[in-house]
Design a protein around this ligand. Structure first.
Ligand code: APR
Length: 290
């Protein structure tokens, strides 16, 4: 069914272009408006209730892949103080401790025990097969979205498998341990290499681009995030103000549950594939717990 949709869009695109060039204009407002009318979209195909989808993910989506969340009863922050391992000040005070903390996490991520789960795979499939635009903004520093097939991906809190040099700002892929005395292969100086992680008090990556996505999305889905950490916790409000349908998928209500229109509670590996099927089959997204 989706195959039929694409040529129809091509046809509309060509029509619009022809119309625009006839009128000597770069864009054609009346036709633009017509294309955006829902009856016209329905006429093209039934699979595009939400032309632009933004998915925000947090630690909960990777929990069933074997990666600890941060704030659960056995979460990372139960056994480590944020001030000791996840701030720039901690890195200045005790770089060896901070490196050890992230080296352990990196080794765990690279072990053969960790693999994407059905939630990551379903999101990858959505990007590949859905006719609308799909972007994933993740707070996670693992690489499970990539391994699940997602390409339109922003790691707003950085990446475990990247490091950069604080002296020359060169970024590198990293699969082994980083040690405080290591020399940067770009500038030759020692002591500046650190994991490419956005620590507390630092600016998340690509905020301007994320703002653009939120301003223009039709469906905003948050998966497996507790809503404790801003700016990510505030994305639902921004998407909602921009007119998007907002959906929370989580094991339990988050701190910002009231900002979402729709909620589905249960494990991500079960909830996400169902949601993705609903989006792809043109359903209006509503609540349903598993
Ligand atoms: N399926 C769905 N949700 C789950 C699952 C699961 N299998 N397991 C846990 N959850 C939910 C928890 O109920 C919780 O609400 O995932 C959420 C995880 O919350 P946090 O541990 O706070 O993780 P997150 O929201 O991603 O944290 C945000 O905080 O410490 C910083 O930088 C770190 O990116 C992180 C940020």
């Amino acid at each position: 069914m989706q195959d039929k949709y694409i040529p129809a869009v091509d046809f509309v695109d060509k029509l619009e272009l022809r119309f625009a060039s006839l009128a000597g204009l770069y864009c054609c407002r009346p036709l633009d408006a017509l294309i955006n009318q829902s009856f016209f979209r329905r006429g093209i195909g039934n699979h595009m209730k939400y032309p632009s989808v933004v998915i925000l993910t947090g630690a909960g989506i990777s929990a069933e892949s074997g990666i600890q969340t941060f704030r659960g009863s056995d979460g990372l922050w139960e056994n480590h103080r944020i001030e000791d391992v996840a701030t720039p000040e901690a890195f200045i005070r005790n770089p060896a401790l901070v490196q050890r903390f992230y080296n352990e996490r990196r080794r765990q991520l690279l072990s053969n025990k960790i693999a994407p789960n059905p939630a990551h795979a379903a999101i990858g499939k959505l990007e590949r097969e859905y006719s609308g635009k799909v972007w994933v903004v993740t707070q996670n520093i693992d690489n499970l979205h990539e391994r699940g097939g997602t390409r339109n991906l922003i790691h707003m809190h950085g990446e475990m498998l990247k490091m950069f040099c604080e002296h020359c700002w060169e970024r590198f892929d990293i699969a082994g341990d980083i040690s405080s005395g290591d020399q940067c292969t770009a500038c030759g100086r020692a002591g500046g290499l650190r994991p490419d992680i956005v620590w507390f008090g630092e600016m998340p990556h690509q905020m301007e681009f994320i703002s653009e996505l939120l301003e223009h999305c039709d469906l905003f889905v948050a998966i497996g995030t507790s809503g404790n950490v801003y700016p990510a916790a505030g994305f639902v409000q921004r998407a909602g103000r921009a007119g998007a349908t907002t959906v929370e998928l989580n094991l339990e209500p988050s701190q910002v549950e009231n900002d979402f229109i729709t909620h589905r509670y249960g494990p991500a590996s079960k909830l996400v594939p169902v949601l993705i099927d609903d989006i792809m089959s043109g359903e209006v997204i509503s609540g349903a717990n598993l």
